[in-house]
Design a protein around this ligand. Structure first.
Ligand code: 2AM
Ligand code: CA
Length: 261
């Protein structure tokens, strides 16, 4: 399937999804919790996932789909073309703020990331990359991530909950990092935080537990720009499992790993 074709369809579907979401603000929103009180899903997450899956199955019947809300396929392998879809990344932002939520779509061929799209629905801003063809913010090319950054000058993104006692990480290590950096931020959407590292607005982002659909698009975009995406141990991410994730400018990644190991 031609490169231009996937790209053109995704962009068209994203705009249509935006119209659906904005129209939905006039209707009653049905909110449920999943694994815990912070893990939310709404009828709109489900509707938007189904919207994409319907379209992908019609136009690209041979492709496979992994969707957060479970309307895709139950895949054990990454052979062929696989779409990883998060219809609303940052559902808590969607519910509480009606902004700062993304549609995130990554397309992988035999496990290799080829197309990544992070769409900031309310701001109508699209971050995307096609492997080997550059990364873009709307239609402007994003500059490569080159410069070295010292920890003391770094602005990093981390969710405060990881600084409390948790099962994933010795919080004292993170507290030292938070003391040493210039500043911290938290945006509540992993995809947006990837997009912010891609565009240099953040120097790094780290988090303990992301699912494949949370990082599938962001990984493609950040790596296209020379940024580094690994686990907190510096290993490659596994695309069919949850991962602890470190996203960073290349000149900062090694220094951050020393805090995390
Ligand atoms: P989601 O909104 O699609 O669930 C919140 O800090 C970020 O982490 C969001 O991108 C959120 O994605 C993601 N996330 C992944 N797993 C989560 C979980 N179990 N609970 C809350 N947020 C989670
Ligand atoms: Ca989601």
């Amino acid at each position: 399937m031609g490169e231009k074709q996937i790209d053109a369809y995704v962009k068209k579907w994203l705009k249509e999804a935006r119209q659906r979401i904005i129209r939905s603000f006039d209707d009653i929103l049905y909110i449920q919790t999943k694994s815990d009180k912070s893990d939310l899903v709404t009828n709109i997450d489900k509707e938007i996932e189904q919207f994409f899956i319907r379209n992908i199955r019609t136009v690209f019947p041979g492709h496979h789909i992994i969707g957060e809300e479970g309307f895709g396929d139950d895949l054990k392998r990454l052979d062929g073309t696989v779409w990883l879809i998060d219809p609303i990344d940052g559902t808590m932002n969607f519910v509480h703020q009606q902004r700062n939520f993304m549609i995130s779509i990554g397309v992988y061929e035999d496990g290799v990331g080829k197309y990544g799209y992070i769409y900031d629905v309310i701001h109508d801003e699209l971050y995307y990359a096609i492997k080997g063809k550059g990364a873009y913010f709307n239609d402007r090319a994003i500059a490569k991530l080159r410069e070295d950054v010292a920890v003391a000058e770094a602005l990093i993104s981390i969710n405060a909950s990881w600084l409390t006692r948790n099962y994933c990480m010795d919080a004292s290590r993170l507290i030292q990092l938070v003391k040493d950096v210039r500043g911290t931020r938290s945006y509540g959407s992993a995809a947006l935080e990837f997009a912010y590292v891609a565009t240099g607005r953040l120097d790094a982002y780290l988090t303990m537990r992301l699912s494949p659909w949370d990082f599938a698009a962001g990984k493609i975009i950040v790596e296209e720009l020379g940024g580094i995406v690994t686990t907190l141990k510096g290993e490659p991410l596994k695309l069919l499992e949850k991962n602890a994730v470190l996203v960073s400018k290349p000149g900062l990644h090694k220094q951050l790993l020393t805090y995390l190991r």
